[in-house]
Ligand binder design. Structure first.
Ligand SMILES: *Cc1c(COP(=O)(O)O)cnc(C)c1O
Length: 359
């Protein structure tokens, strides 16, 4: 089976973990600090703060910006549930704006229409490894005095006009094993704002600035040194992994027929966390079954947009129509693009897709 994702763990990661286990410092320690510094350097931000997951990075970043009850955060409905759930955890409400069909990212043209006196932040989600239109989004944020918390959980190393994902507002990343780099579980917050970085570190550690004095409600959202050691070995390989992903995507796009291949806007560096095509004519699920019969794994990210998820529709009473997100949910299929694929794997994928779509 050609898998849809494969963590790339080498000798460096294994040795780094053994060193931590031998060091006697297992929980948050010097490796976390070193990983934060390396991550900030790659993103081009002054600070980074590690957390236990991408979800806790989002939650912590929103709390550090003071998001809470009665606030509204504008985001995309075509994303992993954690983007919107992290807004709910703070007591704020997500407000959904439909996507641009070519990029699958939030359509900036829809944002101003939903701004209310309660709107406090925009959360652009850089989906599949492609940055949102950050010129347009930062312009709207500036005009209306809104905070920007980027969900860059799928976009390590991606850039928009030379600036990296996570360097526009406050950035959040996931280090889950399927992402472009991993620490097994883990998250990272990036920012140029020293106060926000410091506040994130306090929130992840039970609201503690001085040992055993707790000035605010915090959490245990810490990363361990074992996880940081893996992440540190991985971040040194990020550029190599991303260039293989980009080469795989270029090869696929050059040969696939009958499906709509991914779009990379001028000035964007797509890092292909997912290589996501649109399958026309209602053939998506049949293509997926055909690929599986031919030993090729594929996945639908995502079959249900967040505003139609049961919890949002039934418990929260969200009742809106966002046609591009709903159409994407019916048409998208992500094909393997990870760095462990061989040329033969890519040729098998191309041959299977083209045979099915021609039939
Ligand atoms: C993976 C992901 C998250 C959550 O990250 P975890 O590390 O799994 O908590 C959030 N948003 C998006 C878009 C993701 O892909």
């Amino acid at each position: 089976m050609i898998s849809i994702a494969k963590p790339m763990i080498g000798l460096e990661e294994k040795q780094a973990v053994l060193e931590v286990l031998d060091s006697g410092i297992l929980a948050q320690g010097p490796r976390v600090k070193a990983f934060e510094e390396a991550f900030a350097a790659v993103c081009g931000t002054r600070y980074a703060a590690a957390t236990s997951s991408g979800t806790t990075a989002l939650h912590t970043a929103l709390l550090a910006h003071g998001l809470g009850e009665a606030d509204e955060v504008i985001t995309s409905p075509f994303t992993f549930i954690a983007s919107a759930n992290s807004i709910l955890y703070t007591g704020a409400r997500p407000v959904f704006v439909d996507i641009e069909p070519r990029t699958f990212n939030i359509d900036p043209d829809g944002i101003e229409a939903v701004i209310t006196p309660r709107t406090k932040a925009i959360m652009p989600v850089h989906l599949f490894g492609l940055c949102c239109d950050m010129d347009a989004i930062m312009k709207i944020a500036k005009k209306h005095g809104l905070i920007v918390v980027e969900d860059a959980c799928q976009s390590h190393g991606a850039s928009f006009k030379g600036k990296h994902a996570g360097a526009f507002g406050t950035g959040t990343f996931s280090l889950y094993p399927t992402k472009n780099i991993t620490s097994a579980e883990g998250g990272m917050i990036t920012t140029d704002n020293e106060e926000i970085a410091e506040h994130c570190r306090v929130i992840r550690q039970h609201g503690m600035r001085r040992r055993y004095y707790h000035d605010e409600l915090g959490f245990n959202f810490r990363m361990t040194d074992v996880h940081a050691a893996i992440g540190l070995a991985q971040i040194r390989k990020l550029e190599m992994f991303n260039s293989i992903r980009r080469a795989n995507a270029t090869y696929l796009s050059g040969h696939l027929k009958g499906v709509v291949t991914p779009f990379e806007p001028e000035g964007c560096q797509h890092v292909y966390h997912q290589y996501t095509v649109r399958v026309p004519d209602g053939k998506r699920d049949a293509l997926r079954a055909y690929l599986r019969e031919n030993g090729i794994d594929s996945e639908v990210y995502y079959p249900v947009p967040v505003h139609q998820q049961a919890f949002y529709a039934h418990e929260l009473g969200v009742n809106i129509s966002l046609p591009e997100s709903e159409r994407a949910a019916r048409e998208v299929l992500s094909l393997p693009v990870h760095p462990a694929l061989t040329r033969a794997d890519l040729d098998s994928i191309i041959s299977a897709v083209n045979t099915f779509m021609a039939g």
